[in-house]
Ligand binder design. Sequence first.
Ligand SMILES: CC(C)(COP(=O)(O)OP(=O)(O)OC[C@H]1O[C@@H](n2cnc3c(N)ncnc32)[C@H](O)[C@@H]1OP(=O)(O)O)[C@@H](O)C(=O)NCCC(=O)NCCS
Length: 142
Amino acid sequence: MALKIIDYGTFEYQKMVNLRNDLLRRPLGLSLLKDEIEKEKENLLIGAFDDDQILGCCMLVPQDIHTVRLRQMAVVDDLQGKGIGRALMRFAENLARDHGFKTISMHARKNAIGFYEKMGYKSKGSDFIEITIPHVIMEKKL
Ligand SMILES: CC(C)(COP(=O)(O)OP(=O)(O)OC[C@H]1O[C@@H](n2cnc3c(N)ncnc32)[C@H](O)[C@@H]1OP(=O)(O)O)[C@@H](O)C(=O)NCCC(=O)NCCS
């Protein structure tokens, strides 16, 4: 498995968008919007690949000089539970540190809280609904 930064607009980026639509949006009856995709030019886009096949992805979105937000974490359905999510998180955290960020925060889906807790993230505040499902803010100091 290779972990890498994905360049916006490339073939790899299209694979990332497809994976996110398949795993994170279509099950909710939604899809990624053109506006959302356009904003991603500024983000740090991360993918796990096995040759040409995308295994998982996530992205980092700068919030201010200290904080970056983790978004769109997803691992291909039948490859979950094999350590790919953990490897993506480690890569993302190292990248965030290299860019000088001190904190990673996120809107975590409730079903994924246990995963992020294992990665050292703590919940903050109460649940809220986003894209129709419950989320909670989680964060970790780097
Ligand atoms: C959540 C997700 C990214 C985790 O990736 P993964 O590759 O399956 O996770 P890993 O195999 O690296 O798991 C690392 C650890 O977290 C645990 N874990 C994984 N998913 C979990 C979950 N949903 N709840 C609780 N623990 C979880 C694993 O059991 C493992 O524990 P261990 O170290 O004790 O063995 C992946 O399951 C996924 O894509 N889910 C669907 C999309 C989603 O909900 N994304 C999150 C949006 S906020």
